[in-house]
Design a protein around this ligand. Sequence first.
Ligand SMILES: NC(=O)c1ccc[n+]([C@@H]2O[C@H](COP(=O)([O-])OP(=O)(O)OC[C@H]3O[C@@H](n4cnc5c(N)ncnc54)[C@H](OP(=O)(O)O)[C@@H]3O)[C@@H](O)[C@H]2O)c1
Length: 289
Amino acid sequence: MKILVTGSNGQLGSELRRLFAERTADDCLFIDIGELDITDPVAVRSFFHEHRPEVCINCAAYTAVDKAESEPDLARKVNVTGVEVLAKNCEDSGASLVHISTDFVFNGEADKPYSTDHPVSPVSVYGLTKAEGENRALSTCSRTWLVRTSWVYSAFGGNFVKTMIRLGKERSEINVVNDQVGSPTWAKDLARAILTIIDQREVTKYGIYHFSDKGAITWFDLAAAVMDTYGLNCKVNPIPTSSYPTPAKRPAYSVLDLSGTASVPGMEIPDWKTSLQQCIEEIKTLENA
Ligand SMILES: NC(=O)c1ccc[n+]([C@@H]2O[C@H](COP(=O)([O-])OP(=O)(O)OC[C@H]3O[C@@H](n4cnc5c(N)ncnc54)[C@H](OP(=O)(O)O)[C@@H]3O)[C@@H](O)[C@H]2O)c1
């Protein structure tokens, strides 16, 4: 199968690159903004015309949640216009689209995991642009798998886990919010889940899927687990969100209901702690390389 991965230098794109390296049957194209800006309709059309992908996995996104509050136009350009451009080219060329979205499309007022059909109601510019991007993907390309995920980390790129490791080495004590509940996701697990959905395309309907690792925890819990797993002697103090103001508001609760995804044949949803341990092993290996 001919597969196009956009935004392939990011966390998820990098994990897909590694997974596809083990799959010789697929012909994969990995591109990022340097090769193709997804917001450029002429360039995208000509790319699709030349390469004719059968599946496009869109990992390209504007992901700077706080910065988006002061750069709404740029966030919208990538997360809405860019998605629409890709979706239109997929629709016109007969390709399927895998588009990635976020738990931040929800307002966080729920007290049980968000189902795939729960109404979206974002509380930040980033969340708003991602919600609009979801709409554009689903309404423009009739062959869209929309995969919402949450709290993504990996050995590649910048993320909360790597920030905690850095701070844990620099400081003896840190404060981390303990009143936002969600589910961490190792980008490698998400990449595997996306491949499973594509591989099971005869039985997986197009539409919305939720994927995270299993478990509902706070950022404090995650930070404490990072210190413990890595072996860092840094005390983590729980604090309320009100003591750590950020430009963007975040949902207080954003656990995703994984039941639909769990029913896809061959789908694996690992426990968050097992995946964190494996990722930290990888981070240590890369540090020592
Ligand atoms: N990270 C999380 O915690 C999280 C949580 C929930 C959902 N998600 C979603 O998961 C997906 C993957 O996230 P990620 O963490 O892998 O993101 P990431 O590491 O920020 O990677 C995004 C990639 O897209 C590229 N990009 C930006 N604008 C582009 C454009 N106009 N054309 C082509 N490429 C462009 C970026 O390049 P530059 O770096 O040069 O800008 C970057 O390489 C995104 O849809 C994100 O919204 C992420």
